[in-house]
Design a protein around this ligand. Sequence first.
Ligand SMILES: Nc1ncnc2c1ncn2[C@@H]1O[C@H](COP(=O)(O)OP(=O)(O)OP(=O)(O)O)[C@@H](O)[C@H]1O
Length: 256
Amino acid sequence: MALEFRSVTKTFTTNSGDLLTAVKDVNFVVNEGEFVSVVGPSGCGKSTILSMTAGLYQPTQGEVLVSKERVTGPNSHVGFMLQKDLLLPWRSIVANIEFGLEARGVAKAERRERALRELRHCHLNGFENQFPYQLSGGMRQRAALARTLAIDPEIILLDEPFSALDAQTKLLLQNSFAKTISETGKTTLLITHDLAESVLMSDRIIVLSERPGTIVAEIKVDLPHRDQPIKRRMMPEVSEYAAQLFKHLKLEEKAA
Ligand SMILES: Nc1ncnc2c1ncn2[C@@H]1O[C@H](COP(=O)(O)OP(=O)(O)OP(=O)(O)O)[C@@H](O)[C@H]1O
């Protein structure tokens, strides 16, 4: 088991001193090599779940385990990638990918070798000496994924990495990420607003209720081609899964 949430509740104290429960009694596991998405209404605690997995916040109750060890702070078992690529503009692409390794004291030759390997995994061969401003949005996101993979984490956390892109770039990038993640066999947790994306990319989808977020459904996506969302997109079953998600999120009722 790569990741486990055991009866996790997170309560924040707001600036005005009120208590706000973001997620309540959340229990789930993510198995090794599995790709799991978390969907739910805005503000239901999706990012809070990622932050607790990364060790940025501690649960108020319950515990989070990565590779059976309790998460007590930021650690190298977990790689985090955000919507914004956060590449350093003054560093070349390869130097950006090396950044996390440098911070961990990995020797220069090994750093370069690992960075170039992830660059190839993320289909950025030939762009190693370019700077972030010379790359398209999709390529920058691939570079950010390469940087996350370079530290060889046990789990990759993706927080809406495709949400700022146009529809076509998004689909190509989803495909590219899916392929890379599948090749590397990494356990992945994706947070997304996009229900279709969760069906196209996941083995399983966790659906959260409105705040305080509790799990209202876990849906196994029984479709082939997890490594090729473009192929999944052609399958009629995708809209059936999306309809199930709609129902669990009570979207029709809300629209009425
Ligand atoms: N550090 C914090 N202090 C106080 N409240 C917080 C903090 N972080 C998150 N919250 C609150 O917890 C709730 C859940 O936030 P979170 O960002 O996890 O939701 P989300 O599902 O990721 O939202 P969205 O889909 O809009 O990005 C929100 O009401 C948010 O305001």
